[in-house]
Design a binder for this molecule. Structure first.
Ligand code: ARG
Ligand code: ZN
Length: 850
């Protein structure tokens, strides 16, 4: 069993690094890495370096002399030079190792992707490149020489010199090893320039494979927009002469913020109207921004240890969310973020994998790049901002940047900054970082007609989570407004601060009993329980001035109806009835209307049933959802048909929020209408072959109707050599097919020669699609679990990180019936019993089954 790492065990490293020099001679099977690390002692103890199994160590010297073997211990994951062998003055540790990038299918450290050398070092990948203190609190300037015959040789920082077969780079900003990067390949750059607010000229390059150059333009535009935004919103300027981005096809995650040399999954760089959807464009824009923003929140100020991961990730997600709301629609962005938070983070928080944004133990840190650390981490920042107010937020951020620039920090440092800047005590607030679980907020109302007084009685509870049985109350910012029965706002948004387990707030001088618009803007990541009539919900959907609360009112109507229907009750017609007003209101943003039309996911319905103490039935949930969609289509056929026509965007494709919103409403209407027209519109739209967004909308409808054969064949012949489009081909079939057929479809897709399962995008495209079709994945006969488990077992030896991450699909197993629970457990136990199961997957299975 792997070692558990504890937050409480933190000890500083007893040396400082003045400079790290690397000289890397690239070769697929035998890359030679020579390192020279200038060290100075800062505490007692031997010199311990981290290293991975793949290092073939050829030499280790101190100040140029080989270390006496009696003083040198090379173990599986560490190299130790005894204290007796170390000089008292500054000294140089040097090593020469050989590594095998061609053999690196885990995609951690230095590896090959389509003939290109590239690296991924976060979190602990650098130890697979050479011996080093691979921990984020050890920072150093780097000087790197890359040697290879490949034409483009890149590393962090600024280029110093280059010749035939080599290039030297210097990064003056001290950084931890996880921000190191190196790339070598036959690449082409889309080049541009940026002048920072103080006049620094920066060369911008987006490096792609020769054939992909025409699809890099949007990423470049997003990069420049990000650079401008960070200057304007936070006064943060770029700090090197060059900023390079490289797109690679084989990548475990989305992208990586290596200093001056961001490395991206190619799906988050490459886009053209005929190959990428609006959602792809929006995601490219936000991830480019995210990685760029890390330059300050992550790189200039980094994390002391990996328990503090949310210090950089929560804050940087928060910043990229703000960026997108500024560039696009704030209302739509907020709703989308909440939908995603509930789908991934609330689900995580409610199951066996629940952990706090700042965990205090882990076996494998890569298992903690989670929705909780990222997305809940961002929500916590949003709450902090609400609690300290705009001035406090500004003052705190300014102090954070000035006080901690160049440091490796903790959540305590972060909170102290806001305490010092505002005088506010944040001790209770800190629980949001240290406690897992989603608080459940209940609200009861007392209306005193004679006094015109409304009293709201709130209570908060948080269910136990693994290792945390007791949950003290947290501070919860509750934004609310009051709406009169005729739809007028009688009280604009108030920010209440709930600090106790139970608390009351009263509002006086009210003429008539108002309807409470609660948790406006989703002011805290909590679940809300209140009794409310369908009529009051419809009133908010029609009139609430807060777009989030307005959308939520409609969403709750739909969710209630679906939860009831999936439990055998009568479907309440209130949601469909209320849609008439929304569909007929031409003043609403089409993107907002599309969100109102988007029914709660099957997973959300299941969670709703579980929250009511019942056992969800995935098949009935699927049927209830399909049937509500059909009811809506019948009830609103003419209005939807009119919208479908009216929302056809005019002019050439643009990924901007306006036209993208029109397309999303158009496709929402198409999805509903295709339940009545047998897929005629969808087929016509596919045949017209407009942008990829609309083609995928059409294709989804055709697959659902099981009449996509021709369209899929056309897609395949048109895009056989476009990996990113073919990923969509692999995803759309199992995800949109009827649950009873999805696994069989996936099995036949998995047998295709182009199911290149070692490529993480392709693996996720197909296997992930099955897990995203809940009634298929949770099939009572266990066929979904078996299929996914089979593939996770195949992937684990090659790529533990991606296998372990995908295992989260199983985290909802405890809520199901005994038959399904047994099937899931059997599948997980088969994984657990695998010989040589990775540490990553072993930790995940153990936690999921605990
Ligand atoms: N820091 C990167 C980001 O947020 C994520 C990299 C994580 N990679 C990993 N293998 N855990 O953009
Ligand atoms: Zn990040």
């Amino acid at each position: 069993m792997a070692e558990t790492r504890l937050l409480d065990d933190y000890r500083p490293w007893p040396f400082r690094i003045a400079e790290t020099r690397l000289d890397v001679t690239l070769a697929p099977r035998g890359t030679v890495v020579r390192s020279e690390i200038a060290l100075e002692r800062s505490g007692p103890g031997p010199l311990v370096m981290d290293g991975g199994a793949g290092l073939r160590t050829r030499a280790v010297t101190i100040d140029g002399r080989p270390v006496d073997p009696a003083h040198l211990t090379i173990a599986a994951e560490s190299l130790t030079v005894a204290e007796a062998a170390l000089p008292d003055r500054p000294f140089a540790f040097a090593a020469e190792v050989e590594i095998d990038p061609a053999d690196n299918t885990a995609l951690e450290g230095l590896y090959l992707s389509g003939g290109m050398f590239c690296t991924q070092c976060e979190a602990e990948g650098f130890r697979h490149i050479t011996w080093y203190p691979d921990r984020p609190d050890v920072m150093a300037p780097f000087r790197v020489v890359v040697r290879s015959d490949l034409p483009v040789l890149l590393s962090n920082g600024n280029p110093v010199a280059q010749g035939r077969g080599w290039a030297e780079w210097h990064d003056p900003w001290p950084k931890p090893a996880y921000l190191f990067a190196l790339v070598a390949g036959d690449l082409r750059a889309l080049a541009d320039r940026f002048t920072t607010m103080s006049g620094r000229e920066v060369a911008l390059n987006i490096w792609v494979r020769p054939g992909d150059l025409d699809r890099a333009g949007f990423a470049m535009q997003a990069l420049k927009a990000s650079m401008v935004w960070d200057e304007q919103a936070y006064g943060r300027e770029y700090d090197l002469d060059v900023f390079n981005i490289v797109a690679v096809d084989d990548f475990n995650m989305g992208a990586m913020e290596n200093k001056g040399l961001n490395i991206f999954n190619s799906k988050l760089v490459l886009a053209s109207p005929d190959t990428a959807t609006d959602a792809d464009y929006e995601r490219i824009e936000s991830v480019i921004a995210h990685e760029y923003f890390h330059n300050w929140t992550g790189n200039r100020i980094t994390c002391r240890d990996w328990f503090q991961l949310c210090l950089k990730e929560g804050l940087t997600v928060y910043r990229d969310q703000q960026f997108t709301s500024d560039l696009r629609s704030a209302a739509v962005k907020r709703i989308e973020d909440v939908v995603a938070l509930r789908a991934r983070q609330f689900r995580e928080d409610a199951g066996p994998l629940a952990h706090p944004p700042r965990p205090d133990r882990y076996e494998e840190i890569n298992n903690f790049y989670t929705a909780t650390v990222y997305e809940k981490g961002a929500e916590v920042i949003g709450m902090l901002r609400r609690l300290v107010g705009e001035d406090g937020w500004r003052a705190g951020m300014e102090l954070y940047f000035t006080r901690h620039d160049g440091q490796a920090c903790t959540i305590e440092d972060w909170l102290r900054v806001f305490q010092d800047a505002t005088g506010r005590d944040l001790a209770q607030f800190k629980r949001w970082y240290t406690d897992a679980g989603t608080p459940r907020l209940t609200m009861a109302e007392d209306w005193d007609e004679d006094a015109g007084r409304l009293t709201l009685r709130f209570a908060q509870t948080t269910a136990p989570t693994p290792g945390q049985p007791d949950k003290p109350p947290r501070v919860i910012p509750i934004a609310l407004g009051l709406i009169s029965p005729n739809g007028d706002e009688v009280l604009p948004t108030q920010m209440l601060e709930m600090t106790a387990a139970a608390q009351e707030f009263s509002f006086d001088n009210l003429g008539a009993r108002p309807v409470v618009s609660l948790l406006r803007g989703f002011s805290a990541p909590v679940t809300v329980e209140r009794t409310m009539s369908a009529a009051d919900r419809a009133l908010l959907l029609a009139h609430d001035s807060d777009p989030f609360a307005r959308w939520q009112a409609g969403h709750d109507l739909a969710l209630e109806a679906l939860v009831a229907a999936a439990q055998g009750g009568d479907p309440d017609p209130a949601f469909s009835r209320a849609l008439a007003g929304v569909l007929g209101d031409g003043t609403l943003d089409p993107a907002f209307v599309a969100l109102v039309l988007r029914l709660p996911s099957e997973d959300e319905i299941a969670a709703g049933i579980t929250a009511r103490g019942a056992i969800p039935d995935p098949d009935r949930i699927h049927e209830a959802r399909e049937s509500l969609a059909e009811t809506i289509a019948r009830d609103h056929q003419p209005a939807l048909a009119a919208l479908y026509e009216r929302m056809e965007p005019q002019g050439p494709y643009s990924p901007d929020a306006g036209p993208a919103g029109q397309r999303s409403l158009r496709l929402a209407a198409l999805g509903l209408l295709s339940r009545l027209d047998g897929g005629e519109r969808a087929q016509a739209l596919w045949d017209a072959a407009p942008d990829m967004t609309q083609r995928m909308g059409a294709l989804a409808a055709l697959v659902r109707l099981d009449r996509a054969g021709t369209a899929l064949a056309q897609m395949e012949s048109q895009f056989a050599d476009n990996r990113l489009v073919m990923d969509k081909f692999f995803t759309i079939q199992p995800i949109a097919a009827a649950p009873a057929r999805a696994v069989a479809i996936a099995r036949s897709l998995a047998a295709r020669p182009d199911f290149d399962w070692k490529n993480p995008n392709r693996f996720r495209a197909l296997i992930g699609a099955v897990t995203a079709n809940p009634a298929a994945f949770h099939a009572a006969d266990g066929s979904g679990y078996d299929f996914v488990a089979e593939w996770l077992m195949r992937l684990d030896p090659a790529n533990p990180q991606t296998a372990a991450r995908m295992m989260t699909a199983f985290e909802t197993w405890p809520r199901h019936d005994a038959t399904r629970r047994k099937a899931a457990r059997d599948a997980l136990e088969r994984i657990a019993a695998m010989p040589l199961l990775s540490v990553n997957s072993a930790e995940m299975v153990r936690r999921i089954l605990a």
